[in-house]
Design a protein around this ligand. Structure first.
Ligand code: GLC
Length: 434
């Protein structure tokens, strides 16, 4: 029965993809019509460049095609950026700090808004939002807030991310509810059904590891900075969470090179059928159930991230459309931002890329619901609205760097969790005092 449901789901996904492709393909008569229009108003043709990280789902391409179809005078050139958010960040900083206009619209990580607003890398969207009467209340509050800094809106959400525990239904029906259960089950079940590992996470020294850290300490009641910007990282709760993180990373049920794992390594090992459990973002439900790519299609379900003493916690992630302040085509860029953050763009992202919409009503859309098992699950939607944000600060990259270095030293066994939180406390206080 379950198998049958999967087959139906996959067929539906393929069908939806075909429909989207068909809808976005130009028919002969349309092409001629558009070309005639172009002849009449050649000078109005504008090409804008849209930069966004590697997308293995093809959703970005479909969004661009649908946008171009609706805006025949705007061509969009897709610039693929690295998958690693940190590498993307550094490339944008290099570009924008020299006031380059080579990119018009870009997807910014939810953690960049304050920094990019302060550095003048983004264009305020308020006047466009007002002129086009965009209803920001139709989105979840978290991502809208994440695009707001100093009372102005610098970015609109394209999709949001929350993390989940992926598990193999051919191995277990009862996924672990706590970290201690995860450790027990991963040890016991590793090796079943051809698996090599019990659990996969992101242990490499980069931003994704910071999100693993934030959620595990939050599940024990720990956090980095409080609402009033006080550094509160040096607490027994954070120490406990960090010790649990290190225990898992140093266990025998994760790959020996887990300290090199980012999302992409996790996804590759997961769809190859190498592990019983894995931590990853929402989008992995798409490749997990893709029969062409995945060895485990039909055998994957999703549960909340395991709980610590305080409960389960997921980091808030996601990507926001922003306009380069130096773009020579702000009006056309806005049209693209409006499309990507709007219902049509987000729906394509959900159906083809399993990307979680930020527009709440899309979860009632039957096509979105059929696109991924999570989208029709009310506790998933509830989970999205309570995901834990990372610190909001114009110096977020510095904060992240401190966490990356000090936490990595615990994961490699070079220092204790107590030493790490002391070091982080003093370095963060200094960075925030500057
Ligand atoms: C995902 C999240 C993003 C986060 C990144 C870390 O892309 O959406 O917010 O920073 O993962 O690797």
């Amino acid at each position: 029965m379950e198998q049958m449901k999967r087959v139906l789901l996959v067929s539906f996904l393929i069908l939806s993809a075909l429909i989207i492709t068909a809808c976005s393909g130009k028919s002969d008569s349309e092409t001629t019509e558009n070309e005639n229009n172009n002849d009449a108003s050649e000078e109005e043709q504008v090409t804008i460049v849209y930069a966004t990280g590697v997308d293995t789902t093809g959703a970005t391409q479909s969004q661009i095609e649908a946008f171009e179809q609706a805006h025949p005078h705007i061509n969009v050139e897709y610039r693929e950026m690295p998958a690693d958010t940190g590498q993307q960040h550094d490339q944008y900083v290099t570009m924008f700090s020299s006031q380059s206009s080579e990119v018009d619209v870009y997807n910014g990580d939810i953690i960049w808004t304050a920094e990019f607003a302060q550095a003048n890398y983004a264009l305020e969207l308020d006047r466009f939002i007002e002129a086009d009467s965009i209803d920001l209340d139709s989105h979840f509050e978290g991502p809208i807030q994440a695009g707001n800094y100093n009372g102005r809106q610098w970015a609109l959400p394209v999709y949001m991310n929350a993390s989940f525990l992926y598990y193999r239904t051919d191995i277990t029906d009862t996924p672990p509810a706590t970290w201690d259960e995860l450790i027990k089950q991963a040890e016991k079940m590793q090796g079943e059904e051809g698996t090599e590992f019990g659990y996969l996470l992101q242990g490499s020294q980069y931003e994704g590891m910071v999100t693993n850290f934030i959620e595990i300490i939050a599940s024990y009641g720990g956090s980095v900075i409080d609402e009033d910007n006080n550094v509160v990282i040096n607490s027994p709760e954070t120490i406990k969470g960090l010790e649990k993180f290190a225990e898992i990373v140093q266990s025998d049920f994760v790959p020996g090179n887990i300290l090199n794992f980012q999302e992409i390594e996790t996804e590759n090992a997961w769809i190859a059928g190498d592990s019983v459990f894995a931590r990853n973002w929402t989008y992995m439900q798409s490749s997990s159930n893709d029969e062409e790519r995945s060895e485990v299609a039909g055998n994957v379900e999703i549960a909340p991230i395991p709980a610590g003493d305080e409960g389960s916690s997921s980091a808030l992630g996601g990507w926001m459309a922003m306009i380069n302040r130096y773009s020579e085509h702000p009006e056309e860029s806005w049209e693209l931002v409006k499309f990507l953050a709007g219902e049509e763009g987000q729906k394509i992202g959900a159906i083809q890329g399993a990307r979680a919409p930020t527009i709440e009503s899309l979860y009632d859309d039957s096509e979105v619901q059929s696109a991924g098992p999570l989208f029709s699950n009310p506790s998933f939607v509830e989970g999205l609205s309570v995901a834990v944000p990372r610190p909001v600060s114009p110096i977020y990259p510095e904060i992240s760097e401190i966490i990356q270095i000090e936490v990595s030293r615990v994961l490699t066994g070079e220092q204790t969790a107590e030493q790490a939180v002391e070091n982080m406390e003093s370095q963060l206080k200094e960075a925030l005092a500057d």
